[in-house]
Design a protein around this ligand. Structure first.
Ligand code: BG6
Length: 500
């Protein structure tokens, strides 16, 4: 990958709470290594990991050695060199972040710019922010920023998200808060805005006059595995919809911002999420489908049923699949359904957005009528196999006037190398640079929860998820949700593709 044309971030200390955890090893450190290699950070970057496990700098460095980006593949030697450069600037602070001693130690060590990354279970978010503020660690000066990155899940429903926002905002200002949604670090997600707002021929037809419906799918082959403790109290809806899928929905449905600065974009995204109709309980029942996978096979992997997996409550009613029909109540989207679905242990890994256009009003072709012509579709393939394709009709060659569907297909991999980044590089860089465009503001987070709250309430109160076999496309009720409107789900493109 060529070096980006942006200046390196200013010198800063990245304090990671939860330094020995999975996120740090799997994503944060690999991202920092890539940033070092690409010149997005210079030698002024210090990493200070905080963790409860006994150890010193050498312990943390060694622990991270195992998880540095694997050798082999693009830029392996460069990555190794970057880790060697970064390694000496990685330090460890042993301590319990619920206790004051850690913050006293931080106070003694930190000068200048600092960003605190909360890679810890969500129940600690509020406590850590309180303690940082009480110890004066969040106080900014004209020469030193103090920022806090907060991972998802931000709350587990509307009330808890509001309470967490209130608690944090009582301590620090919104410009200091970087609420992460890692989907926003994905190149193809960022491309949605470019595709829409840099192309006249797309944006002009991007409305209820021309679009029949929108589908957003995030299908995964991974099952719950060892994440039972977290997942069983979360479920597919909370885990994926108000955050990841709503980020995609907001990008698709937002109005063009007046400028590309962070607040202008966040205003438009916030407006869309606030316009998602909050269903009544009866409508939520009609417009939401939940599923749970039973034992099955995905490729050559035999998957036990969800209820037979470790740490799942014997009387669990948690869903591993959710499909929703939502309406966005704005002029642009009046009457256009947005269908969202996500699930674990499905047949393939595929995150995609499908825009289906309305039929032409009249077809003057021999033996054809407009209703029977397949619709134009724009498919934004988020992952894997990132790309963009458009289904159009052309004349079938021959003497007869007949139509045939074709696809104009663009794959990123054919033109660019985007496969070797974690997605966290741009998020961490932007946080150091003070650019909040790709981070969620309090109002948008709350609007997301408000939109799914009717489903959360309904599903907590009654019923159980419909079973689907692991390796399938989810329960039949999810198909019925669209069929009743005369539509069907887009056939997932990469059937059989398995997650690593
Ligand atoms: C996480 C969810 O936020 O996103 C996981 O907690 C999910 O359950 C993951 O698997 C999906 O992210 P990606 O980038 O693999 O599509």
């Amino acid at each position: 990958m060529s070096k980006p044309h942006v200046p390196p971030a200013p010198p800063a200390t990245l304090v990671i709470f939860g330094a020995m955890g999975d996120l740090t090893r799997r994503l944060l450190v690999p991202a920092l290594v890539n940033m070092t290699r690409l010149g997005l950070v210079g030698d002024g970057l210090q990493v200070l990991g905080v963790g409860i496990d006994p150890g010193d700098d050498a312990t943390l460095r060694q622990a991270l050695d195992d998880f540095k980006p694997e050798t082999g593949g693009e830029g392996a030697a460069e990555k190794d060199a970057a880790w060697t450069r970064l390694r000496d600037r990685v330090h460890y602070l042993e301590g319990d972040f619920t206790q004051d001693a850690v913050y006293d130690a931080l106070k003694a060590r930190l000068t200048g710019n600092a960003a605190f990354y909360l890679a810890v279970p969500p129940r600690f978010f509020g406590d850590i922010v309180d303690k940082l503020a009480e110890h004066g660690l969040t106080t900014e000066t004209p020469t030193a920023f103090r920022r806090i990155a907060i991972e998802k899940p931000f709350g587990h429903d509307l009330t808890s998200a509001q309470a967490l926002n209130q608690r944090i905002l009582a301590r620090i200002g919104e410009p200091q808060i970087y609420r992460l949604d890692h989907f926003l670090g994905k190149e193809t997600v960022q491309n949605i805005m470019t595709a829409r707002f840099a192309n006249m021929m797309i944006e002009r037809v991007w409305n209820a006059d021309c679009i029949a419906h929108v589908q957003i799918t995030a299908a995964e082959t991974v099952d719950v595995g060892t994440r039972g403790k977290f997942y069983d109290s979360t479920g597919a809806l909370r885990d994926m919809v108000p955050n990841h899928l709503f980020q995609l929905l907001a990008m698709v449905a937002m109005e063009p911002p007046a400028s590309f600065d962070a607040e202008a974009i966040r205003n438009e995204k916030g407006k869309v999420l606030k316009a998602v109709r909050a269903w009544s309980p009866a409508k939520a029942k009609r417009n939401g489908v939940r599923g749970v996978y039973t034992a099955g096979q995905i490729g050559d992997r035999v998957v036990p049923g969800y209820t037979e997996s470790p740490d799942i409550a014997p009387d669990t009613r948690t869903e591993t699949f959710a499909a929703l029909k939502l309406m966005v109540d704005t002029w642009r989207w009046a009457g256009v359904p947005f269908y969202l679905r996500t699930g674990k242990a499905m047949t393939c890994r595929d995150t995609e957005i499908v825009i289906t256009f309305k039929p032409v009003p009249f077809a003057s072709f021999h033996r054809a009528n407009a209703e029977r012509l397949p619709p134009n579709r724009l498919i934004i393939q988020i992952q894997p196999d990132e790309g963009l394709s458009m289904d159009l009709l052309i004349k079938r060659p021959g003497l007869e006037v007949d139509t045939v569907p074709i696809a104009l297909d663009f794959r990123y991999a054919d033109r660019f190398d985007i496969g070797h980044l974690t997605g966290y590089e741009s998020l961490i860089y932007d946080m150091f640079m003070g650019d909040q465009t790709l981070f969620q503001r309090a109002d948008a987070i709350e609007a997301g929860w408000a939109a799914v709250q009717p489903f959360l309430d309904l599903w907590a109160a009654e019923g159980t998820p419909d079973p689907y076999v692991a390796g399938s496309l989810g329960p039949a009720a999810a198909d019925a949700l669209l069929e009743r409107d005369g539509h069907s789900w887009h056939k997932l493109a990469i059937a059989g593709h398995s997650e690593p």
